[in-house]
Design a protein around this ligand. Structure first.
Ligand SMILES: NC(=O)c1ccc[n+]([C@@H]2O[C@H](COP(=O)([O-])OP(=O)(O)OC[C@H]3O[C@@H](n4cnc5c(N)ncnc54)[C@H](OP(=O)(O)O)[C@@H]3O)[C@@H](O)[C@H]2O)c1
Length: 284
């Protein structure tokens, strides 16, 4: 049986991915800084990483560890690089020594900027989070990793809300919110994303792959499509530009991805974003 070690298992994606992989034919091991996981420790600590990899003897490591707060990364560059690059480099050090271990590095559509949709070579990081994630990709590629650039929505956890959770909550409460018209993206629902990551676990492929949906939308149009699907009231929502939000880090204007390279390599078809939105359910 394939042993899969998921690092960053308690985050938004980790929670969904581990929940799914636990129902499949894998021996699953989970790492985070939470003692409820199989390996509790910090991936910036190379000795901890060495002990974890030796003890778990994984066939595949899926690395989800990241410092994902884009504005925090912009204001704390050293922490951003340690959280995003050093953590990946410590795993790579062990993958390099054990060539039978495969690594899947989860990355982000934030590495793109300018008019999309973007192919994998179009990289133009416009903030420190994006740049540190791109550096982590390069480190992972040096060990023959599969790098999956993605974005996602869907149900989060008790402690962490996803973008779609936040929209549903604001619309349901008829609370004021600003919807950004000039940022486009092409995310997947978590339900689809975890199934696509499983494909990458099962079929080795080195290199960078965009993993998103076809025909992306602006965040504003995504929010309105979500509200239409869940029959939520949008009267309190106002359109805004990303500059009007006054965020610490600049956001890319267009993160939409061309996803045919993933489809070809993993022999699958990725969905339209409008179909992914229909997978959302009203929280109980
Ligand atoms: N969220 C998004 O919308 C989004 C979009 C595109 C791509 N991504 C990428 O998808 C991946 C997963 O994102 P996510 O949203 O699930 O992240 P998340 O919710 O912030 O979770 C990050 C996970 O990494 C762990 N972690 C962070 N720093 C660590 C360290 N130094 N040592 C050990 N564990 C550490 C966290 O554990 P603790 O809780 O113990 O800190 C948590 O389990 C990341 O690579 C991210 O860049 C995310």
């Amino acid at each position: 049986m394939t042993t899969v070690l998921v690092t960053g298992a308690t985050g938004l994606l980790g929670h969904a991915l581990c929940g799914y992989l636990a129902t499949r034919q894998f021996s699953l091991l989970r790492q985070s800084r939470d003692s409820a996981t199989d390996f509790c420790g910090d991936l910036r600590d190379r000795e901890f990483v060495g002990r974890m990899v030796e003890k778990s003897s994984p066939n595949v490591i899926v690395n989800l560890v990241a410092l994902t707060n884009v504005d925090y990364c912009e204001q704390h560059p050293k922490e951003a690089f340690e959280g995003n690059v050093t953590t990946a480099a410590n795993l790579v050090a062990f993958v390099t020594e054990h060539p039978d271990v495969r690594m899947i590095q989860i990355s982000t559509d934030q590495v793109y900027d300018g008019p999309g949709p973007h192919g994998e070579a179009d990289v133009a990081p416009c903030n420190l989070y994006a740049y540190s994630k791109y550096c982590a990709e390069q480190v992972a590629l040096s060990a023959g990793a599969t790098v999956l650039r993605t974005n996602f929505f869907g149900p989060g956890t008790q402690s962490q809300k996803s973008f779609s959770d936040w929209l549903i909550e604001r619309f349901s409460k008829k609370a004021p919110l600003q919807l950004v018209t000039d940022v486009l993206f092409s995310p997947l629902h978590l339900h689809t994303l975890v199934r696509m990551i499983e494909r990458a676990i099962l079929a080795p492929a080195t290199g960078v792959f965009n993993l998103g949906s076809h025909n992306g939308l602006s965040k504003r149009n995504f929010a309105h499509a979500l509200a239409r699907h869940l029959e939520l009231n949008t009267d309190a929502a106002k359109d805004a530009t990303s500059a009007e939000l006054g965020l610490a880090a600049r956001r890319p204007g267009d993160m939409r991805m061309i996803v045919t390279r993933f489809e070809d390599a993993f022999n699958t078809l990725l969905p339209e974003l409008s179909n992914e939105i229909t997978l959302l359910e009203r929280p109980a």
